[in-house]
Design a protein around this ligand. Structure first.
Ligand code: S3P
Length: 441
């Protein structure tokens, strides 16, 4: 039995609050990109603060499988001996990207520019996720990437195709699609541009620049020219605001809480959770703002306060796309109604996060109603019971925090995948005051 098919159960006891000064693990998006760009660079790249979670480790292993010498991770340090844009070797087996959509979508672009064929596979969740959003624009560039008939993995990427630059108007606001096309553009025979319908995370653009590769950004459009090269650099990965979110929400809802999350990445394309929690009346301070390796970083202090229900502004959706499971728990603890619209993308994440959260909240006695593109939640008391995470890390951690306000224990099924983004969540949450344990059921 593979580790992710064991039923790891979390049991969170009711009550308590969160306090202390903590640093959550490294940013997942930046960790993935550090391995990819470090591998394609010329010279040795040193990474610190790397997320030692299964998703970023899947990316790391994929590049080892393609002949890149990588040392670590040891306490968040990774050394990558870059092979240059044309130095990857054909792997002797399929690249197994586990649960990681970011790995598969970004690599589909990169692999399209290589001289060799590659197959990419994933776990049951990733194998159900839509890949046409990357294979269609890649086909316009001249790539050949085959999916199943349903448009899902495995992906078979044909090597040796000459890519052509395109100007792609993205139909969905997706940083993964944008990054995929820009990375393919490094191998095209002319300029490649991507225009996004709303701002999405720009870590790829920032990091390409950090490696000395020019990216032209003009409003909603980012362009790369072929023929450049990446030069090795050092990368300090900030703590992941998406992981900090569980503690921000936990502290906001549990009376007596006072927690400071240290060294959190506050890239403007990622701060929807801060904006939304503030609109809900959270007591949240952003302290010691600084810039680290081209990414803004700060400490975030959150104290408990009475939250109120809001209509979530649609322009915040892409900026908080991974934070909604936790924000739904905040909404359940708020006074009044919270309404989310324009968030149909949540249905194609690691799980259908609208339905799975609605089901779990209802199981705990909360009045929550899924809609096609969002949810409506009435704040009120949280009961006790068992909820299903459907193997989705962020669902599991969100319901763990709900226990701070529950009337009895909350048992959460299928939590093994918390290790994809937040190794030792149970340990860190316990040290902050959440009464949680993990067991094999
Ligand atoms: C990511 C982009 C987002 C996000 C995912 C990581 C990235 O996905 O949900 O967890 O690193 O580029 P989309 O770009 O598909 O919205």
């Amino acid at each position: 039995m593979s580790h992710s098919s064991k039923n790891i159960q979390f049991v969170a006891q009711p009550g308590g609050n969160l306090s202390g000064e903590v640093r959550v693990p490294g940013d997942k998006s930046i960790s993935h990109r550090s391995i990819m760009l470090g591998s394609l660079a010329e010279g040795t790249t040193e990474v610190s603060g790397f997320l030692e979670g299964e998703d970023s480790l899947a990316t790391l292993q994929a590049f080892r499988d393609m002949g890149v010498q990588i040392e670590g991770p040891t306490a968040g340090r990774v050394t990558i001996h870059g092979v240059g844009l044309h130095g990857l070797k054909q792997p002797t087996r399929s690249l197994d990207l586990g649960n990681s959509g970011t790995s598969m979508r970004l690599l589909s672009g990169l692999m399209s520019g290589q001289a060799f064929d590659v197959e990419m596979v994933g776990d049951a969740s990733l194998s159900g996720r839509p890949m046409k959003r990357v294979t269609l624009p890649l086909a316009q560039m001249g790539a050949e990437v085959a999916t199943t008939e349903a448009g899902t993995p495995p992906l078979k990427v044909k090597g040796g195709c000459q890519l052509h630059g395109i100007h792609y108007d993205m139909p969905v606001a997706s940083a993964q699609v944008k990054s995929c096309i820009l990375l393919a553009g490094l191998y095209a025979d002319s300029t490649t541009c991507v225009t996004e319908p709303a701002p999405t995370r720009d870590h790829t653009e920032r990091m390409l620049k950090g490696f000395g590769y020019p990216v032209k950004v003009d409003g909603a459009t980012a362009c790369v020219e072929p023929g450049g090269r990446l030069t090795a650099t050092t990368i300090d990965v900030p703590a992941d605001i998406s992981s900090a979110t569980f503690f921000m929400v936990g502290a906001a809802i549990a009376s007596g809480s006072d927690i400071t999350l240290q060294h959190v990445g506050i890239n403007p394309t990622r701060i929807g959770v801060i904006n939304i929690l503030r609109l809900m009346g959270a007591n949240l301070e952003v302290l010691n703002e600084r810039e680290v390796g081209g990414e803004p970083v700060a400490d975030i202090r959150v104290r408990a306060s009475q939250l109120k229900g809001i209509r979530i502004p649609e322009d915040q959706v892409p900026l908080a796309i991974d934070e909604f499971p936790a924000l739904f728990v905040a909404a359940a603890c708020a006074e009044g109604e919270t309404v989310l619209t324009g968030a149909e993308e949540l249905r194609v994440k690691e799980s259908d996060r609208i339905q799975v959260m609605a089901d779990g909240l209802v199981a705990l006695g909360v009045d929550a109603r899924a809609t096609p593109d969002g949810i409506v939640i009435q704040g009120g008391p949280i009961g006790s019971g068992t909820v299903e995470s459907h193997g989705d890390h962020r669902i599991a951690m969100s319901f763990a925090m709900a226990a701070l306000r529950a009337s009895g224990p909350i048992t959460i099924n299928d939590c093994a995948n918390v290790n994809t983004s937040f190794p030792d969540f149970v340990g860190l949450a316990s040290r902050c005051g959440l009464n949680i344990s993990s067991r094999e059921a």
